[in-house]
Design a protein around this ligand. Structure first.
Ligand code: FES
Length: 121
């Protein structure tokens, strides 16, 4: 299981380039994995228009990674983020609106867009 604590040494430092905004569908998502020794940090980004948000890839219900397949975080209609574990649905801002963790939120992974590129913040 991915570790998501703030002190996780695998968490990339601010300013780490992740991808170009143009690499993401609109709306679209992409997952990222970083390793440091035996530790893993998993996060993903969600594009909605020109806005890009980042979240730790850990469902508030059981802590599992959300996607069963790489980069497939959205429902087929791309209106929600889906947890493959038990089917929780999240708005694109990270709020859970259906499933076992309704009312909870995905943990933010701060990112910022500079000159069309997405960086950790
Ligand atoms: S682990 Fe996500 S809904 Fe259960």
């Amino acid at each position: 299981m991915a570790s998501s604590e703030p002190d996780n040494p695998a968490r990339p430092p601010p300013g780490t380039r992740l991808c170009a905004v143009a690499d993401l569908a609109d709306p679209g998502t992409r997952g990222f994995r970083f390793r440091e020794g035996s530790r893993l940090f998993a996060g993903f980004v969600v594009r909605e228009g020109e806005a890009v948000r980042g979240f730790v890839d850990s469902c508030p219900h059981a802590g599992w990674p959300l996607a069963a397949l790489d980069d497939r975080y959205l429902t087929r209609d791309a209106r929600h983020i889906l947890c493959a574990g038990h089917g929780a649905l999240f708005r694109l801002d990270g709020a859970c609106v259906a499933g076992p963790c309704t009312g909870e939120r995905l943990r933010p992974w701060p990112v910022e867009v500079r000159d069309g590129e997405v960086f950790t913040a």
